[in-house]
Design a protein around this ligand. Structure first.
Ligand code: ADP
Length: 626
């Protein structure tokens, strides 16, 4: 027993697992497709976000640098045009020098972006030099002032005409022939100065601290700002995340450290275009070219080998740097992976819910299926048993008839024989006392008994033929076809024409909807119902019968209504049972008609029921497939 239960459990589990897979797998595939599409979309958005951010950032820095340089020019013009400088140039003495020194010192202190502010005379000798000294400015004592006549910036600046500006390349400060440590990136901007007689008397020059520019670059708008690089036009890094790669051109052993060497393909595009954005296998590159010099500036030096004298004029549109942002592919991938991880985490939770939901659905489906199968097999069993029962009814009702006929026949024979015995007793010399004793037995009791036997025999015979009819109602084959009920009822009415006329009955037949069924059997149903309506009319009032019908969804519902004797609610529950008759004495009948009707209608997938009130009439309703 237990083994059987376990087996059934196993089978239902296996079935549930199958259903589960059938529900779960397509859903998993579908949700994966959605997730992949979503990820693809989101990834594109992330990249677009990066692209926009970097473009904005680069553009912002470009503008900032160009703005800074414009203020450099105005500062230099201011220094060169100082009244105290003019006084000194026209007449150099202790007093004019002291005034000039004061001015330069104040200028250096208040600006805070120039490492050195200097005036050099026509021989290249430093005359005034205010050192910023990391926020503690001081004037360099006379004894420490140096001659710079051999430095390229002096030569380049001194050669210029009035109003011309010299801009050095961006490089590292050199003190006493060596790169100052820690490195100090500077740009020297100078202009020659003249006395009132137009004689060139020296140069004014200051060192702009590159630190400020780099700090601005690092103080970018987004957290990827530290990825921003500044390159000179030869591709050397002026600013790089890895500081050891910066200023390659300043060191003999670092000359190879250029952007072009690290990213040859990318450099080709960056050096060839003014601005742009592109992806390579190395990541996302966004760049712009900065032209720090104003178009009306005249410069005499290019970038690159900053220590050399360069006499050829350099136009503002050639002095340029590149601001480049590089988001490495690793970083982009990491962002995409982060997104993927989030989606994956979401998917795990979603997947678990999906699995639980699918499992519930699968088990519900299996349970329903199993129940349906159980009902099916019970129905099949029931039909089989019904058939067997009908077989038995048919066989018994059929086979019992022969002995019953014998019983009735021989009982009649016996009755005849009894009559013979009676006449023998009367005619032969039987004594009077014996005659008296036999007379009540032979003349009353035995005939009465024979009468009972014969009546019961007839009753039994009627019941058997009823049973036979009932079993035939189920056994006869059924041919389903559409039935025109209007025609069928008219033909039934014809068969009852005589009775209807005799009893003066008013029969009203409405327009009827058609139905589907076996013509002969449906005929039997309605003939029987009309027959009953006529039979059970109230003799005390004029008989009225109405037949009507209507469509209700996929069924046709017909009503046979009379104003006859009616049926009490108690009897309404029994009239469809076999051989049940409400009042057997008042009318003839077998109590079989409604049982057969109900069987036929049920076999058609329909229903029959009654609504009635004693004394008022009855309404029989038949619902059949339309
Ligand atoms: P039978 O008419 O042979 O008695 P039925 O099975 O046709 O057998 O009817 C069963 C019983 O239902 C009847 O005896 C009768 O009492 C009651 N009956 C049927 N039809 C009507 C009707 N239209 N009006 C009143 N009683 C009815």
């Amino acid at each position: 027993m237990n083994w059987g239960k376990d087996k059934a459990h196993q089978v239902s589990l296996l079935l549930a697992a199958k259903h589960f897979l059938a529900i779960f797998l397509p859903l998993v595939i579908l949700s994966w497709v959605v997730i992949i599409l979503f990820h693809h979309d989101e990834r594109r958005d992330v990249l677009l976000n990066f692209e926009t951010r970097e473009s904005l950032q680069i553009e912002h820095h470009k503008k900032e640098i160009e703005k800074d340089f414009r203020s450099l020019k105005s500062d230099l013009v201011f220094l060169a045009g100082l009244n105290d400088l003019q006084k000194y140039l026209n007449k150099s003495n202790y007093k004019t020098l002291e005034d000039l020194e004061k001015e330069y010192f104040l200028f250096s202190k208040s600006k805070g972006i120039y490492d050195q502010v200097r005036f050099l005379n026509e021989k290249g000798m430093e005359i005034v030099r205010a050192n910023f000294n990391n926020g503690k400015p001081y004037l360099v004592p006379k004894a420490q002032l140096q001659s710079k006549k051999h430095r390229y910036y002096f030569k380049n600046t001194f050669e210029l005409g009035a109003g011309e500006l010299y801009v050095s390349p961006f490089d590292l400060n050199i003190e006493k022939g060596k790169i100052e440590q820690p490195v100090k990136p500077v740009i020297r901007i100078g202009t020659p100065v003249f006395n009132s007689y137009g004689q060139k008397k020296g140069i004014v020059i200051f060192n702009y601290l590159g630190k400020n520019l780099f700090e601005n670059l690092e103080r970018g708008v987004y957290k990827t700002s530290n990825m921003i690089m500044l390159l000179n036009s030869d591709g050397y890094w002026l600013k790089n995340q890895r500081h050891e790669n910066e200023w390659g051109f300043m060191y003999q052993n670092k000359r190879h450290l250029t952007f072009g060497n690290a990213f040859p393909k990318e450099w080709q595009q960056i050096s060839g275009d003014k601005s742009g954005q592109f992806y390579t296998t190395n990541g996302l590159f966004t760049f712009a070219t900065v032209y720090p010099l104003h178009p009306d500036w005249i410069s005499r030096s290019g970038s690159g080998k900053g220590t050399e004298v360069n006499t050829s004029p350099l136009k503002a549109n050639i002095y340029s740097w590149k601001i480049v942002s590089h988001l490495p592919s690793d970083l982009l991938k990491a962002e995409s992976d982060k997104l993927l991880l989030k989606l994956f985490q979401f998917y795990i939770v979603f997947g678990i819910l999906l699995a639980v939901g699918s499992w519930f659905l699968a088990t519900a489906q299996v349970n329903r299926k199993l129940k349906e199968e159980t009902v099916k097999s019970l129905n099949a069993n029931l039909t089989k048993k019904n058939k067997e029962l009908e077989q038995v009814i048919y066989a018994t009702s059929h086979d019992l008839r022969t002995p019953l006929v014998n019983i009735i026949g021989f009982s009649k024979e016996l009755g005849q024989s009894l009559k013979d015995i009676n006449s023998i007793i009367n005619n032969e010399g039987v004594s009077l006392p014996v005659k008296k004793k036999l007379a009540p037995i032979l003349e009353k009791e035995i005939p009465k008994m024979f009468n009972y036997i014969v009546t019961s025999g007839y009753q039994m015979s009627a019941m058997l033929s009823g049973l036979l009819k009932l079993s035939r109602a189920s056994r006869d084959s059924t041919t389903i076809s559409p039935i025109d009920m209007n025609r069928l009822i008219i033909s039934i009415e014809r068969t009852f024409k005589y009775e209807i006329q005799q009893a003066n009955i008013t029969l009203k037949i409405d327009e009827l909807p058609s139905c589907r069924g076996d013509m002969i059997k449906i005929n039997q149903v309605f003939s029987n119902l009309l027959g009953n309506a006529i039979k059970y009319l109230d003799p005390k009032k004029a008989g009225k019968i109405k037949i009507s019908g209507q469509r209700e969804n996929c069924h046709a519902v017909y009503q046979i209504e009379d104003n006859g004797v009616g049926i009490s609610s108690e009897n309404q529950n029994h009239i469809f049972t076999l051989f049940y008759r409400v009042d057997p004495k008042s009318t003839v009948g077998e109590g079989l008609g409604l049982t057969i009707i109900s069987k036929i209608v049920n076999n058609h997938g329909g229903k029959v029921w009654v609504e009635s009130e004693p004394g008022k009439g009855s309404k029989f309703l038949v619902s059949l497939p339309a």
